[in-house]
Design a protein around this ligand. Structure first.
Ligand code: GLN
Length: 480
């Protein structure tokens, strides 16, 4: 099986060697052939067309993509991986979906995810876990695991995901693809079902950084419907891809290289640093002293915001509704008890606790203060270096079931990714090799609104390496 990049599809559609309908059919057929083995899609949209395109000369007209089921898309079931929204059909498009629709892109289907994006393994989904195409006994990561697996297995050329604490970068790393979390506010959150509003950001899971640059250009931008979206102009990201990297300074935080990374992964990180050195990049040791508080800070802030955001699911307005409605109070409780899974309940309870009058100062307020210190660490570091690099995760894909009963060990999955969400800076993960036939990723973090720098750096690496082009064996087997 050949996995096409968006760039290749664009060229093929432009020179008419294939029509956009044929491209769409090709991916639908693959989804139909593979979804039973991977469970990447919750629903498949088999009647989409690009005929409604407002811009006929759009460079991405006819390019199909997979959409995480957290984004509202008009007329489509939008479940957020939850029983609570299992009957919800969105009456409107999220702004990023609308932006892409205007350019003539086509939605292939809605991808599986951890319930309300809470999780790192896709095992909290009401629709069953996603399987990692590299080894179906392992998790593809989460929460955007369906989007990651879809791209890795060639069921979609590119996918949208969301990243609140690592949910694009971690699954991208575990499935051997590229995952970009843009700056907070770069893409509108309107129509993206809220988990933790001050951390959530829409982003891209793709084969290459070049593809991410192509899509980000069309997704991003100010939206009056999201007061936290930025007015900062959207650059033409593709124009920066060939900038010279010579003279760039990369910081290596000592906190990411504290000896806890297994030597087999450390070897891959060192190899990729060496590759970057050959391009003229200089490396410098730095420190982010407060980064060690990222995970505990996140697990106060994110549940606090989720407890408030998820209060809207009361069974009255939309979503699951308990059949027992004899008494209003009992009805609310039953609806929420039946509609939410265990992890979501755990977060709501934690969030309600840290926001309660007696504990607000001790937990929530303190976490907000530490969040400022973490942000200041990044601002200080970026006075000395252009970008920061380190591993995306501490290990490659772990076995399904291995961490489900141990929430703390599951939460530690995001030890390297969470700090960027707390500070709002953009970050990208890209594949840098394999350990025991499983892919491993490296993260690059940039100052706010410097996505073009991240994409340029990773694109340059992908010009001289082919880790991002490796295809899981299951794709070849299914071809036969
Ligand atoms: N794994 C983290 C969590 O469970 C991050 C999830 C995300 O980025 N949506 O909260």
């Amino acid at each position: 099986m050949k996995r096409h990049t968006v760039r290749e599809l664009q060229d093929m559609i432009a020179d008419q060697s294939v029509s956009s309908d044929e491209v769409y059919q090709l991916y639908l057929n693959r989804i139909k052939a593979m979804n039973d083995s991977i469970n990447a899609f919750i629903s498949i949209e088999s009647d989409e067309t690009s005929s409604g395109t407002e811009e006929n000369d759009s460079e991405i007209k006819g390019v199909p993509y997979a959409l995480k089921d957290i984004f509202c898309s008009e007329g489509d079931k939008t479940t957020c991986g939850s029983k609570m929204l299992s009957n919800f059909v969105s009456p409107y498009d999220a702004t990023v979906v609308k932006n892409l629709r205007k350019k003539g892109t086509i939605i292939l289907g809605k991808t599986n995810m951890d319930e309300f994006a809470m999780g790192s393994s896709n095992e909290t989904s009401f629709y069953g876990n996603v399987l990692n195409p590299w080894d179906t006994e392992r998790t593809p990561g989460g929460s955007s695991g369906g989007s990651a697996a879809a791209v890795a297995a060639g069921m979609a050329p590119i996918a949208l995901g969301t990243d609140t604490g690592g949910s694009i970068r971690q699954p991208a790393a575990l499935t051997g693809i590229t995952g970009l979390k843009p700056t907070y506010g770069r893409c509108s959150r309107y129509g993206m079902i809220a988990f933790a509003s001050s951390l959530d950001q829409a982003g891209i899971l793709s084969i290459s950084a070049e593809d991410a640059a192509i899509f980000l250009e069309h997704m991003a931008g100010y939206d009056h419907k999201d007061s936290t979206s930025s007015m900062e102009e959207v650059p033409k990201y593709t124009e920066f891809l060939n900038d010279n990297l010579s003279g760039k300074v990369v910081g290596l935080p000592k906190e990411f290289f504290d000896g806890s990374l297994d030597s087999k992964y450390q070897g891959l990180v060192s190899d990729s640093i060496h590759e970057y050195e050959k391009m003229g990049i200089k490396f410098k040791d730095i420190s982010l002293p407060n980064i060690k508080y990222s995970v505990p800070t996140y697990y106060v802030v994110a549940p606090a915001e989720c407890s408030s955001n998820l209060a809207r699911y009361d069974g009255v307005r939309f979503g699951h509704r308990s059949s027992d409605d004899s008494d209003l109070d009992a009805f609310y409780k039953k609806t929420r008890k039946e509609g939410f899974g265990q992890e979501v309940k755990r977060r709501i309870i934690t969030g309600t606790y840290v926001l309660s009058a007696g504990y607000y100062d001790a937990y929530y307020l303190k976490a907000q203060k530490v969040r400022q210190l973490i942000n200041q660490d990044f601002l200080n570091a970026f006075k000395e270096v252009d970008v920061i690099m380190g591993p995306t995760t501490q290990q490659s894909a772990f076995k399904l079931g291995e961490k489900v009963d141990d929430p703390v060990s599951m939460y530690m999955n995001d030890i390297y990714t969470i700090s960027s969400n707390l500070s709002g800076v953009p970050a990208i993960s890209h594949p840098i090799g394999f350990v025991d036939d499983l892919p491993f990723g490296m993260q690059v973090i940039a100052p706010h609104f410097m996505e073009h720098d991240l994409l340029n750096i990773v694109h340059k690496y992908q010009m001289v390496t082919d880790w991002h082009l490796q295809i899981p064996g299951i794709c070849r087997e299914l071809d036969r």
